[in-house]
Design a protein around this ligand. Structure first.
Ligand code: IPE
Ligand code: IPE
Ligand code: MG
Length: 255
């Protein structure tokens, strides 16, 4: 098992054997509360949250996570005031310009999941460019859920499947769970082993509904902009001790 040391600041006990999720989901929640605590505008919280994503990427890459899916903007977040939505869109554009060189250095490939087609042209352009310029990177995939909703993703899959049936390429009787998975936005990305939600809310808020059927869940009271290496390590520690039975029995009961 990996023994990990990330330089002076980010080190863990060398005797500790952590199990690292191959596929990890993070709901980046709590930016507003972080700003409120400091009597700052909500936009400052979103900026601090964006900065923190860079840290999460570095730590996850070093830990050996292969797929990191982060929830950045939900299909329901359009219901926020126009000013806040505009800030989030502007930050999104700014982030890739500012941080892509660092992601490149870390070997992080970027992909986007969600109803990308429905986004303004300038955002679509950023997504296309970001995916294109990073597609050769090998260390980890960062999947950004933007204008993402789990229910909308399932609708998208159903529409693809209905089209295949209509074109005579698929029989209704042959539709299986695998068919639905295969027609989601990014079918090659494995279901998350672990989903982390900072800021204490105990809900998925429409994140990866189909894919999370057997994900382990970890909720932390820490607000997203403050969620650092120590909190990530704590989540992995909890994950290491989980007994993933998938409806079966524990290893020791199965003899
Ligand atoms: C998460 O932080 C960012 C987005 C949802 C885009 P919030 O803005 O939801 O922060 P809280 O929940 O109000 O603290
Ligand atoms: C979930 O957070 C969406 C993102 C973090 C992008 P919300 O703040 O939108 O979720 P609710 O409204 O508390 O469920
Ligand atoms: Mg929130």
């Amino acid at each position: 098992m990996a023994i990990l040391g990330f330089g002076k600041k980010n080190t863990i006990n060398e005797d500790e054997q952590l199990k690292i999720p191959v596929s990890l989901g993070v709901i980046m929640d709590g930016n507003g509360r972080w700003a409120k605590k400091r009597m700052l505008p909500r936009s400052a919280g979103h900026r601090a949250g964006a900065e923190n994503l860079k840290e999460l990427c570095r730590n996850c890459g070093n830990y050996g996570v292969k797929y990191l899916t982060v929830y950045a903007f939900s299909t329901e977040n359009w219901s926020r005031p126009t000013d806040e939505v505009n800030t989030l869109m502007d930050l999104f554009v700014e982030f890739w310009e500012k941080y892509d060189p660092e992601l490149e250095q870390e070997g992080i490939r970027v992909r986007f999941t969600g109803d990308i087609d429905a986004l303004p042209d300038r955002i679509k352009e950023v997504c296309k460019k970001g995916e294109e310029r990073s597609k050769h990177r090998q260390k980890m995939q960062l999947i950004v859920a933007f204008n993402y909703g789990g229910r909308r993703e399932i609708v998208h899959s159903c529409q693809n499947i209905a089209r295949l049936v209509k074109e005579g390429k698929l029989n209704v009787e042959d539709i299986s769970e695998e068919t639905i998975s295969d027609n989601l936005y990014l079918p090659d990305v494995p279901d998350p082993d672990l989903i982390i939600r900072p800021s204490g809310e105990q809900r998925l808020s429409n994140f990866l509904l189909w894919e999370s059927a057997y994900s382990e869940l970890w909720v932390s009271d820490c607000l997203w902009p403050d969620f650092g290496f120590d909190e990530l390590t704590e989540a992995f520690r909890a994950y290491t001790n989980r007994d993933r039975r998938f409806g079966g029995l524990s290893k020791e009961d199965n003899k």
